[in-house]
Design a protein around this ligand. Structure first.
Ligand code: NAP
Length: 475
């Protein structure tokens, strides 16, 4: 059940703004009203960019930015239960996972505060060439300009943190457009930022029709960088349209994991059952495709299937729930169609594949053809495929058989095999003896191929959000 309905306004230029119309936020679990949010549009987005540009005209020194980020981290920690309840209510995320997200946001802000404190340029060794002799040169890191941030529904608090915290660390003001399904978490974070002492204009939050708000962020030249997390189709189109801006994309995946016969199958089964189905598979690195060495395939399934069946499906607000609802019925119906497509082409459903009330049960699919949607597109739901392989070459080729490349994993005791996989898997990150769903917030996180073009994590995002200015001194 959702928490008591909440009402939140937009944050523009330090003011909490009403617009005369409201957007209802509904629970994906039972359709109840979680809250309502003032609905903005192009006018509010334009005022927000104006406010951000005004704020940047009066820069905040690094020590003040760092102190604000640290205070925000403390406030998130103090309010962590409220944060988790808000995430759970509007995204349908089970409380177990929502509490982890709240804790991770504390870490994201803490790491960003560190980056604010150590942001510096480089010395250039000028006497390394005859042309530079007699000169001293160094770079300073300057904020790139106003940052336009667009965030998805599935980590409505911590992925907003991954945009806002490094931008503030870099000295950039932000205009944020959160996902329309989950704006309450973003506005709660904005409240905590204001309480932490962030001056007017440095963070502006505009909820409203994606294309309308997005167009302002694309068209206004003062927005120097767009940071987008969401689906590949939307992300790459934004990049095409904003040719003169830096456009950082964090997109989807169809996450593969290779399980060699020498792996600890019990441990693997436990990790994969948790990481394929937590939050109903709606993480960009949720385990989706499991490739198991043929000699261990049956033994793996014997360990894995009971763990999948044991997952608790139900109300996300309950403390023991593992798997809650999908964000929408359309998504649930789409995944049921994909299951049917695989089944009609010879796949077998080893677990799930049916509804538990309104919820899709954790589903394990065997013998899916490599070009079935469940094998190569992003399912973004509580489903994984299991497939035997005969050689590491085959396993790597199968894992790479997707347009995506965010994270992948391998379980093996063989160091050589692990290192080979790390080199040959075409992904932004490879985990060894850990599920590829693993992420700590200081890691450089991002994809190749259709999965994106950047790395998030405060240390990396801060670099993207600054420009190096060269200073040359004649001695
Ligand atoms: P989405 O539908 O692409 O939406 C993401 C954001 O883009 C939302 O704020 C959405 O606004 C906005 N948007 C949609 N159309 C737009 C347009 N024409 N112009 C500007 N903004 C627009 O993605 P989602 O369903 O929320 O999230 C799921 C996807 O995100 C999955 O593919 C997942 O893998 C990916 N993801 C990637 C990462 C990563 O770090 N790589 C992390 C999490 C999720 P509205 O809500 O108003 O439509």
């Amino acid at each position: 059940m959702a928490t008591t309905a909440i009402e939140r306004k937009l944050l523009v230029g330090g003011e909490w703004v009403e617009t005369g119309s409201w957007l209802d936020v509904l629970s994906p679990y039972d359709g109840s009203l979680v809250g309502r949010v003032a609905k903005g549009g192009a006018a509010e987005a334009q005022s927000a960019v104006d406010a951000a540009a005004r704020a940047m005209a009066d820069p905040l020194p690094a020590h003040e930015r760092a102190a604000i980020l640290d205070r925000t981290a403390h406030l998130i920690d103090e309010h962590s239960e409220e944060v988790a309840r808000t995430i759970s209510a509007e995204a349908g995320k089970p409380m177990k996972a929502a509490r982890v997200e709240a804790a991770r946001a504390v870490s994201t802000f803490t790491m960003a505060a560190v980056e604010a404190r150590k942001l510096a340029g480089d010395m250039v060794p000028m006497d390394a060439s005859p042309a530079g002799a007699g000169k001293v040169a160094f770079t300073v890191r300057r904020p790139i300009g106003v940052v336009g941030a667009i965030s998805p529904f599935n980590f409505p608090f911590n992925l907003v943190a991954h945009k806002v915290a490094p931008a503030l660390a870099a000295g950039c003001a932000v205009v944020l457009k959160p996902a329309s399904q989950t704006p309450l978490s973003a506005l709660l974070l904005a409240e905590l930022e204001v309480e932490a002492g962030l001056p007017a204009g440095w963070l502006n939050v505009v909820v409203g029709p994606a294309a309308e708000v997005g167009d302002v962020l694309v068209d206004d030249e003062r927005v120097a960088l767009l940071t987008f997390t969401g689906s590949a189709g939307v992300g790459w189109k934004l990049r095409e349209r904003a040719a003169r801006k830096r456009v950082n994309l964090e997109l989807g995946n169809a996450t593969p994991v290779i399980v060699a016969a020498d792996a600890d199958l019990d441990d693997v089964a436990t990790r994969l059952a948790a990481n394929a189905f937590s939050f109903a598979g709606q993480s960009c690195i949720s385990v989706q495709r499991v490739y198991v060495e043929r000699s261990a395939y049956d033994a793996f399934l014997e360990c894995f299937l009971p763990r999948v069946e044991a997952l608790v499906v139900g109300d996300p607000s309950a403390d023991d729930t593992d798997v809650g609802p999908l964000i929408s019925q359309d998504d649930r119906d789409r995944i049921l169609e994909w299951i049917e497509e695989a089944r009609s082409r010879g796949a077998r459903i080893l677990a799930g594949g049916t509804l538990d009330g309104e919820l899709l049960r954790p589903t394990v699919v065997a013998d899916a053809p490599p070009d079935a949607k469940v094998s190569c597109e992003e399912v973004f739901g509580p489903l994984c495929t299991v497939t035997p392989y005969d050689s590491l070459d085959d396993a790597i080729a199968l894992a790479n058989g997707t347009r995506y490349g965010l994270q992948a994993g391998i379980f093996t005791r063989d160091v050589k095999a692990a290192l080979r996989a790390a080199h040959e898997l075409e992904f932004g990150g490879v985990t060894v003896n850990e599920a590829p769903t693993f992420r700590a917030d200081q890691m450089p996180y991002g994809g190749v191929k259709d999965s994106g073009n950047t790395r998030e994590g405060p240390a990396y995002a801060v670099r993207e959000m600054t420009e190096q200015r060269l200073v040359v001194l004649q001695l």
